[in-house]
Each structure stands twice: as C-alpha cells, then as structure tokens.
Design a binder for this molecule. Structure first.
Ligand code: ACO
Length: 429
C-alpha cells in the first residue's frame, strides 16, 4: 500500500505522506498544503477532515465497533463502573483498586456546590431548560475557582476535572428540582455516583428515598455508554474552545451548548415522541409509520435509526436493548412502547430501504424508553447525555493540551461574497 498521496495542481505534482493509525485507518497529511501550493481544502461539515490524532476512543462504523482506550464497549458495560471509565479515559489506563479508591474519594469530596451557586438558580425563570442552566452554571463555576484555571498546570487541571465531574451531577439534579419547584436535595457521598444522582433527583425532604439497585446500575451503564465518541460536535467544540487556552469550565459550558442541539444530543426525546405517536395515532402499528419514514415527500424519519459513522448496528443500542427489559421489569412499567420499538426494529431491519442505506438502531433508539420508565422527564434526557459525556470531553481537552504540536483551532474559508466596491453614502442608497 502506498504511503504517499500525489496531488496534481496546474500540472505540478505535490506529494503528501499518508498517516496510518494503530487500527490501520489512513489519512492524507495535508498540513503543509497551503504553504506548498497556496490552496486549502474545502470540506463542509468536516466530513473528511481529521482534526487531530487521538489515543482515547476507536470507532469502526462499518463493523459496529466502539472501544475506549482499546477496551471494547461491551466489556466495559458489563464489568466496569462510570467512575472507573472516567479514570480510564482521563488517565489512559485502568486503575488499580488503590487508584480507583483515591479517585472516587476525590470526586465524592467535591459534590457540594458553593451556597452562592445554589442561589444562582433563583435567577432563572421556572420554565428554564435544564441544559441552559447546566451550561450557565458550569461557566460560572470558574469564577469560584480562579486559582486553578491554568491549562498547563497538571495539578490545577486535575482538581478542576474532579470538581467538574462531581459538581456536574449536583448541578444537573438542581436544575431539575428547580424546574419543578422542589427543594434542592444535597448530595450523599456514601452513595455511588449513579445512586447519588438518583437520590438528588428523586428524594424530597418529606420522604426517604431508597435507591433501586437495578436503576442505579442502569444509570451507571447509560453514563458509561455515552462517555466518549471521538470527535463529535460537542467534543470538537470542547477541543476548539480549549485550543484558545480558555479555561476548562468555559470549554465545558460550550460543549454542553453544542450537545443541546437536536441534531446531536436531542434525538432520544424524538424517539419517545415517535413511539407514543405510533401507539396513539397508528394503533401501535409501526409498519405504517415505517412507510411514512421511507416516503421522500415528507420530512418524517425513523427516529433513533441511522448514524453518520455507524453503518452497522450501533453497539451501544445492542446493550441498551437488553437493559431496557430489565429496567421495565424492575419498575413494573408498561412495556407497550418497548413492544412497538422492537416491532419497528424487526421490520426496519428486513426492509430493503433500510438495508440498502445501512440504517440500524442507534444509541438513542432505546435510551429514551429507559429514561421514561425511570420517571426521568424528557427535558432531562440530554442532561444525562452531558453527564455521561463529561469524562470524554475532559480527556479530549487534556489530550489537546498535552500535545506540544497543538495549535489554536482556526479553520479557513473560501470567500464567495461581493468583490471590492466603493462605499455608498446613505442618502444615495
Ligand atoms: N429514517 C429514514 N430515512 C433515513 C433515516 C431515518 N432515520 N436516516 C437516514 N435516512 C436516509 C436518508 O433519507 C438518505 O436517503 P437517500 O440516500 O435516499 O437520500 C440516506 O438514508 C442517508 O441519510 P443521510 O441523512 O445522508 O445520513 P447522515 O449521515 O447525514 O445522517 C443521521 C445521519 C442524522 C443520524 C440520520 O440517519 C437521521 O436523521 N437519523 C434519525 C435521527 C437520529 O436518530 N439521530 C440520532 C443519531 S445518534 C446521536 O447523535 C447520538
């Protein structure tokens, strides 16, 4: 296989090295293209552009493979915990028991929010979306810790990461409590990360709340499945904002906002709405909806199906499908929408339209059903996604800063606007 690519421009040939990753992925290194030729590449949506090399997450969309630091997602979901995955992503290796205990202790000792941050919530309208509160409060956190914002001081970065991981769950729970007018519930550090999250969401001062171990494990698995997904929109935002040496809280705040968009983190909500629509308006018959999703004369799509990278079954969806049944059993919830989802999946996977286009269930197809069964409100689904994605954002940000060759992210453009023209005074326009 060639290790050089040739580009011919105006009759002149230029050679560029082909870079090969550890899994055999190949990319043309055009970093000197503009210097050599005066030309740039044009790639809207960065569909063909590698913005960095990374040691964190490997995805093979054709074969449906996802690995964190080399470990398959299936093994992670079965054997690990969210905090261990956070350690793995950030530190680059699986922890020993001592290392995990120290890490867990550090995260748990940072769960409380400064009381003045608690008061910040009062400034939001009651109907404020939890994602807006999450990004605002996350940005504001930097003002409480001005002495630990140097991106090149490893100790300062470490303590900031631990604070963010710990406080994110508290902020998420407070944003929900505030939106329903309930009192904030302080964290309980003897609980696991997922158990504490459920406690802060569902306990009230009026009643004790027992964490259900099935739900606790389900939340932990959901968080692990979302922990990283290489250079997606919010992770690229995290790296890009960080590349200006903006502090880590500002970078996380921006990443949360990027994830909020319905093209990125919001599809699990759309799946739930679609399943209820099928139940209520199509007598539970998914095949009629499937026909609509194939019909190009409307904008309807089968939500939770298809993916830019996966052209095979999303490995996270496979894990979630199995877990959905366990959760529904544990909560004694209605399985009507699960049955509709499974029927939809079965017929879609045999339908020529979906087969030809390699459209398979993605992570969002089943996650919404689980959140719904647990009683988590729809506008919190993307907040849960942010919580899970946090270790990925933090580790990608740190990887950027650890690279001595890293530069500020600054794409170019091809200008297509007006050519030079003289200014026209206002009375002559
Ligand atoms: N239902 C029906 N048709 C679909 C679907 C779908 N869910 N997804 C793709 N297609 C069709 C397109 O109409 C297109 O058909 P054509 O070739 O005849 O024009 C073809 O499949 C290719 O689709 P694109 O939109 O070009 O694929 P792209 O990679 O740009 O989009 C996306 C991927 C956005 C995920 C798309 O599959 C989609 O809209 N899915 C539904 C929404 C969804 O589930 N999003 C969650 C993604 S996972 C995540 O973000 C965590």
């Amino acid at each position: 296989m060639s290790d050089v690519a040739k580009i011919i421009i105006d009759g002149q040939t230029y050679e560029y090295p082909i870079f090969t990753g550890t899994e055999g992925e190949r990319g043309i290194d055009i970093s000197t293209l503009r210097k050599d030729t005066g030309l740039i590449t044009l790639d809207p949506g960065y569909v063909n552009t590698g913005s960095c090399t990374s040691e964190i997450t490997f995805i093979n969309g054709e074969e449906g493979i996802l690995r964190y630091r080399g470990y398959p997602i299936e093994q992670i979901a079965e054997k690990s915990t969210f905090l261990e995955v956070a350690y793995l992503l950030i530190e680059g290796k699986l922890p020993t028991q001592d290392e995990l205990d120290t890490f867990t202790h550090s995260i748990k000792s940072h769960t409380l929010l400064h009381e003045d941050i608690r008061l910040m919530f009062r400034a939001f309208p009651l109907r404020a979306h939890p994602m807006a509160m999450l990004s605002s409060v996350m940005g504001a956190l930097s003002t409480f810790y001005p002495d630990t914002l140097d991106p090149y001081d490893p100790e300062q970065v470490k303590i900031s990461m631990h604070r963010i991981l710990a406080k994110m769950a508290t902020i998420a729970a407070y944003s929900y409590k505030y939106s329903i007018g309930h009192p904030f519930i302080y964290p309980r550090n003897e609980l696991s990360y997922a158990g504490n999250l459920l406690h802060m969401l569902f306990a009230t001062p009026a009643e004790t709340y027992e964490v259900d171990p099935v739900l606790e494990r389900a939340i932990d698995v959901l968080l692990m499945l979302h922990a990283d997904h290489e250079q997606n929109c919010s992770t690229s935002t995290m790296r890009l904002v960080g590349s200006s040496d903006a502090n880590i809280y500002a970078s996380v705040s921006a990443a949360v906002n990027a994830l909020w968009g319905p093209l990125h983190g919001g599809a699990n909500q759309a799946v739930i709405e679609m399943l209820y629509d099928i139940r209520d308006n199509y007598k539970g018959d998914g095949s009629k909806y499937l026909e609509l999703a194939k019909d190009k004369s409307n904008n309807i799509r089968l939500m939770g199906f298809g993916h830019r990278v996966y052209k095979n079954y999303d490995p996270r969806a496979r894990i979630l499908k199995k877990m959905t049944k366990d959760v529904l059993e544990a909560v004694g919830g209605s399985s009507d929408i699960l049955e509709i989802a499974m029927q939809l999946e079965e017929i879609a996977l045999q339908d020529d339209y979906f087969v030809e286009r390699k459209l398979y269930p993605n992570v969002d197809f089943y996650s919404g059903i689980i959140y719904k069964a647990m009683g988590i409100p729809v506008n919190m689904y993307t907040v849960f996604f942010s919580l899970g994605r946090m270790p990925g954002w933090l580790s990608q940000w740190a990887e950027h800063h650890a690279n001595p060759k890293a530069r500020i992210g600054r794409p170019r453009q091809i200008y297509v606007g007006a050519n030079e023209r003289d200014y026209v005074p206002i009375e002559k326009r």
